[in-house]
Design a protein around this ligand. Structure first.
Ligand code: GLV
Ligand code: MN
Ligand code: MN
Length: 467
């Protein structure tokens, strides 16, 4: 992809006029003091770690991102690499080789998550970081990829600096984070935390292929995916692009996520009557697509005014001919908010609007709840570790909620978990224009490396501390 604004990448990282850039510890030689800052704040009897400043080589990360971006679906826009498809599969073969080159032990777990492990000194539970390499159709190069390749760079940089950790460090490419052809997101992270149900495996795509079949064709045993669980991690942190405009507008390089919004996803299906578009009078039609259109506009209206967002991003109409009154329409509806009451009130109102439209038009209605994720607060200890790492590097991190879904939500079921954001140019994401300034990539990866060290030093998690 052509970088939209190369002039923003300046050697002194002075873009966007961020006042905190001047004091940030990423120097023109690519070194960062962030880790040293975290280490110097540790008590004297903390385990001794060697090494000085950690060098984040952003050119190397950009080269990795470009190499992975070459694995894309040739007939699709942007960096499309949808889960289970050839580009996704071969991109992971490339990633596994890169993990091995970095010195990680590479394995794929029962749910299809690709894991690279850097061995620690044997303390129980791994410090885990990672994200995903699948994309939405027409997506960009950074969504998910930064968390995986940034995690890899953090592991590489810690090793180059001679820093040993008490715990194993695992860098994970979670299987299928984006909503897939079966209407399910976060397949791999759900599976290893007990969030995948047999009914999920029995879901079918538009061609009648089950998710279980897709997993099997991908080389995973669906039964293992259903029952396999990860051992409890020591802690989890994900680095991700913000995918919205908040950090950029505030002029901040680092975001500390306070929580991930609740997401409610529903498939609404309208069943009307197929008729000739030229001969059936307007007042005698049962047009499923028009009922769907009423629902779409109702969702948009209900979500106005702040507090949350509502989208009907996928619609299918049958038979899809200009001269036929549509007898079937499917609308995939999504509502998101950090406030669970906002979501449930809008969902009820949207479904009432759908029912009213259907009854007025003499059209049948069915509703299938695809997923219902409550808001997920981030763990205070992990938030604290990110904040300390960022401040030690001279950044002034901004606390913000995540409007996007992340594997972190699933992992938060079994581990204290947190999310680091870096800015997205013009807040754009899920499109080919997605772009993050290399200076911000370096900032995020440096903070990730320092956070990993901070998490390594946390005492063991107290049982029952996670949801
Ligand atoms: C994932 O990118 C989501 O928020 O849908
Ligand atoms: Mn995404
Ligand atoms: Mn993502």
């Amino acid at each position: 992809m052509k970088p939209p604004a190369p002039q923003r990448y300046t050697a002194n990282h002075g873009c966007y006029g961020r006042e905190n850039r001047a004091t940030a510890a990423f120097r023109s030689d690519g070194l960062t003091d962030s880790l040293a800052g975290v280490m110097s704040s540790q008590p004297r009897d903390a385990p001794r770690v060697g090494g000085g400043p950690v060098r984040i080589d952003v050119e190397r990360v950009l080269a990795d991102i470009a190499e992975l971006a070459a694995y894309r679906e040739p007939d699709e826009p942007g960096s499309t690499r949808r889960v289970f498809r050839d580009a996704h599969r071969s991109g992971r073969v490339w990633l596994a080789a890169r993990m091995a080159e970095v010195g990680l032990e590479v394995e794929t777990d029962g749910a299809g998550n690709l894991i690279g492990t850097r061995t620690g000194r044997g303390a129980p539970g791994a410090v885990v970081t990672g994200s995903h390499t699948d994309t939405v159709r027409g997506g960009g190069r950074y969504d998910g990829v930064l968390g995986v390749l940034g995690g890899l760079e953090a592991a590489r940089a810690l090793s180059a600096a001679g820093i040993e950790l008490e715990h194993d460090l695992q860098v994970v490419d979670f299987l299928g984070e984006e909503p897939n052809d079966w209407g399910l997101s976060c397949v791999g992270s759900r599976a290893v935390t007990g969030g995948l149900a047999r009914a999920d495996l029995e879901r079918t795509d538009a061609h009648g292929r089950t998710l279980a079949r897709a997993l099997a064709d991908f080389g995973r045993d669906p039964e293992t995916a259903l029952t396999g669980r990860w051992p409890l991690p020591h802690a989890f942190v994900e680095l991700h692009i913000e995918q919205g405009p908040v950090l950029e507008l505030a002029g901040r390089a680092i975001g500390v996520v306070t929580g991930i919004v609740g997401v409610h996803r529903v498939l609404v299906e309208f069943a009307g009557r197929r008729d000739h578009a030229g001969t059936m009078p307007m007042d005698q039609r049962h047009d499923a697509a028009c009922a769907a259109a009423e629902l779409m506009l109702a969702v948009e209206a209900l979500a106005q005014g702040g507090g949350g967002v509502g989208t009907t991003g996928r619609v299918e109409v049958e038979p899809g001919a200009m001269n036929v009154v549509p007898d079937r329409a499917r609308v995939w509806m999504e509502l998101r908010s950090i406030d669970p009451a906002w979501v449930s009130e809008r969902r009820d109102a949207a479904l009432a609007a759908a029912a009213a439209a259907a009854s007025r038009r003499g059209v049948g209605l069915s509703v299938d709840v695809l997923s219902d994720e409550p808001p997920t607060p981030m763990d205070p200890q992990v938030r604290g570790a990110i904040d300390a790492a960022a401040r030690a590097a001279g950044y002034d991190p901004l606390e913000l909620a995540s409007g996007a879904e992340h594997d972190t939500r699933q992992i938060a079921r079994i581990a204290r978990s947190g999310l680091i954001f870096v800015p997205s140019l013009d807040g754009r994401s899920h499109c080919a224009e997605e772009w993050t300034d290399p200076a911000d990539l370096a900032a995020g990866i440096g903070v990730l490396a320092a956070t990993i060290v901070g998490l390594d030093r946390l005492p063991p998690p107290s049982p029952g501390a996670v949801r």
